[in-house]
Design a protein around this ligand. Structure first.
Ligand code: HEM
Length: 411
């Protein structure tokens, strides 16, 4: 299999023109459970397993006891990124890097505030914000779609949901952006800029949590985590602070990338844009296709807790196992003509939000934000024309757009 020798999923330069879907076509066909050998770029000089087929990824994400979000075997660190995160500081303390039963107890506290029903209360507010955002971009004409349109709504929405004052949201976002971008560094390296951003976020988070604790409980997520008890004990300081970082990063970065990537797909397909305008009832189904298409979280990692055989390959306890949602979303065993952006695709069982117990907590919010944003764009904008190439973030963890130069033509 000579082609596979060329694949290096830890080489971030290979992600700067978007997700390398074609490499995964080869992997799904020839090596569905692939041992990615150590390369100059793999964190810790270690190899890792790559699952690329839909069915295998669904099976692994359904079996959290074998494929842990914490750790396994003799491994010292763990977590859900290719690089090992430290135990206790991140692993076992961050909601998404925690296994059941504590994960389930933690998550149960948050679900009532994130259901479609609970979110209905903020839909009109979001729509008003989306209108302001789109009108400001229309007034500019030439703008950066990522910065001027798609970044703002998710940021405002997540600030509301989490209970972060709107006036602080940009500062918080800047810190999160620095931490998530791998510009000028490799996976596993922490530059001075990143260390500084993390330190500032730490101080900010500590102060905000102190304030939340002193206030009466509300339904915002930070208020919930500061007042909650699990087995009669409050969440640790670390769990509370890390939750803030998680929610800001997970809530804003992913949705804005999905909006931007979906907009670029639509601007290349004017007929589809018109079809959506003519038939708004298609929008909820179209949003699912946008999510599949963008797959803005390409992968999450697990650690094997026991030896297991898959497709004749021996995975050992302690091995890193990566689940590539973006690859599953182009698997033609599930999606007919997967490279066709089909806004009427239904059913569309994409894995953009993951699967299993860690299924995205913010899925309903993200869906609503995308629907509202595209409703407003279709109402007010004739067309969006790309005026230059999309600049992607240098990362294999986020299909992130850094800049997307466009001209917005009003209706
Ligand atoms: C298009 C937008 C989004 C995408 C593509 C996305 C993707 C994902 C994926 C793939 C996972 C699973 C992680 C794993 O299995 O290890 C996840 C989990 C999570 N997401 Fe999202 N997400 C999005 C929006 C949001 C929003 C808006 C929020 C918050 C308001 C959010 C908060 C979370 C949290 C807290 C988890 C961890 C859940 C757990 O471990 O139980 N996400 N997301």
């Amino acid at each position: 299999m000579p082609k596979l020798d060329d694949i290096d999923l830890a080489d971030l330069d290979r992600f700067t023109s978007g997700f390398p879907y074609r490499d995964f076509d080869d992997l799904r066909r020839d090596a569905p459970v692939w041992w990615h050998p150590p390369t100059a770029h793999t964190p810790g000089g270690e190899g890792f397993w790559v699952l690329s087929r839909y069915a295998d990824i669904v099976a692994a994400s359904a079996d959290g006891a074998t494929f842990s979000s914490e750790t396994g075997g003799d491994r010292v660190g763990g977590g859900t990124t290719l690089e090992d995160m430290p135990m206790e500081f991140a692993v076992g303390a961050l909601l998404n890097m925690m296994d059941d039963p504590r994960h389930a107890q933690f998550r149960r506290l948050l679900t009532p505030s994130t259901t479609p029903r609970a979110l209905r209360a903020i839909e009109e507010d979001l729509r008003r914000r989306a209108i302001d955002i789109v009108d400001a971009a229309i007034a500019k004409g030439d703008c950066d779609f990522l910065i001027d349109v798609s970044a703002e709504l998710p940021l405002q929405a997540v600030a509301d949901l989490a209970g972060v004052p709107q006036t602080d949201r940009h500062e918080l976002m800047n810190w999160a952006n620095v931490t998530l971008d791998y510009e000028g560094r490799e996976v596993g390296e922490v530059s001075d800029r990143v260390a500084q951003a993390q330190a500032q976020m730490f101080v900010y988070g500590t102060n905000l949590l102190v304030r939340k604790r002193s206030e009466s409980p509300t339904t915002d997520l930070l208020s919930i985590v500061t007042h909650a008890l699990i087995d009669g004990e409050p969440l640790s300081e670390n769990e509370q602070r890390l939750f803030l970082s998680l929610i800001v990063a997970a809530g804003s970065e992913t949705t804005r990338n999905s909006i931007a990537i979906a907009m670029s797909a639509l601007s290349e397909r004017p007929q589809t844009w018109e079809q959506l305008r003519a038939n708004r009832t298609l929008l909820p189904v179209a949003v699912e296709e946008m999510l599949r298409w963008a797959s803005s979280t390409p992968y999450n990692r697990r650690t094997a807790t026991r030896d297991i055989e898959m497709h004749g390959q021996q995975i050992r306890a302690g091995d890193k196992v990566s689940l590539w949602w973006a690859s599953a979303n182009r698997d033609d065993a599930v999606f007919a003509d997967p490279y066709n952006f089909d806004i009427e695709r239904n059913p569309n069982p994409h894995l953009a939000f993951g699967r299993g117990v860690h299924f995205c907590l913010g899925a309903s919010l993200a869906r609503m934000e995308m629907r509202v944003m595209f409703e407003v764009l279709l109402d007010r904008v004739e067309s969006v024309t790309l005026t230059g190439p999309i600049e992607y973030v240098r990362s294999n963890k986020h299909s992130g757009v850094r800049h997307m130069p466009v001209t917005i033509n009003p209706r």
